[in-house]
Design a protein around this ligand. Sequence first.
Ligand code: NAD
Length: 291
Amino acid sequence: MANVLDGKALAQKIRTQLQQEIQSLQVKVGRPPGLAVLMVGENPASAVYVRNKERACEQVGIVSFGSHFPANISQAELTEVIHSLNNNPTVDGILLQLPLPPHLNAIPLLYEISPDKDVDGLHPANMGRLVRGEAGLRSCTPAGVMQLLREYNIEVAGKDAVVVGASILVGKPMALMLLEAESTVSIAHIKTRDLAKLTCDAEILVVAAGYPKLITPQMVKPGAVVVDVGINRITDYEGRSVIVGDVDFAGVEPLVDYISPVPGGVGPMTVAMLLQNTLWSYKQRVQYSLQ
Ligand code: NAD
């Protein structure tokens, strides 16, 4: 039976550590860290994510500058909001909740966020730092996967790692972080001709495709470490709406050494990394007042 990579428990442990650190730092600095979460329109899934992020901020002592804008806000108005948050000294992190309504273009808006406040790690400057192996704000979901592997003392250096999915949000930064940790990385995507051939050789398999049960028991190496990033809402055989990952958990779990569940695996780690990034950004900004 595999060891379950418990992201929910680790995320809670990280939050407790962050809360204690923030409590002692803010006495010296004179203000708590601040995170601005920008949401546009009425996307119900986004509203749930934003609420979770705001609640998590509150729990650790990060002030949340939540702003909810009407769906008809213009590109110029939203750009102006981002500029004013860039210049606000009490804001350490800015997060633009995606997706945006169709009349707005997300990429130029993400580029307007100051790289020093880009707690989602999506700005090209932060992606560039990751490519160069320099310190910087790292994309939350892959950073959460790396922290989960570290928590369970899983050796990454020298291992054959396969990332299924090559998005800018998850797959690409994930592959770069595994490379930074000195594994030998392959990346699979929708045009990959023989996915099973790659995954069967993976000692570490990270799956972020957004396709339920993409990874079957025949596609994993016995004894592998499997991290399931996928979040898919499906209707089960009893007609209930449930969340599942990209891995056939019941089939794969008996064959491998470690596996992350969905829910309760990578998802909670993503939010914990957002909080960790906000604290990191705050510490960069206030380091002079701490000396
Ligand atoms: P995306 O749609 O932007 O990218 C999916 C990637 O998977 C693409 O590179 C595509 O080529 C590849 N892919 C799709 N089907 C494939 C197949 N059959 N074989 C091989 N490759 C395939 O999605 P994303 O934003 O990267 O998210 C991926 C999944 O991770 C989604 O289920 C998403 O909900 C989930 N996600 C979870 C978290 C979290 O916190 N746990 C965060 C972000 C995304």
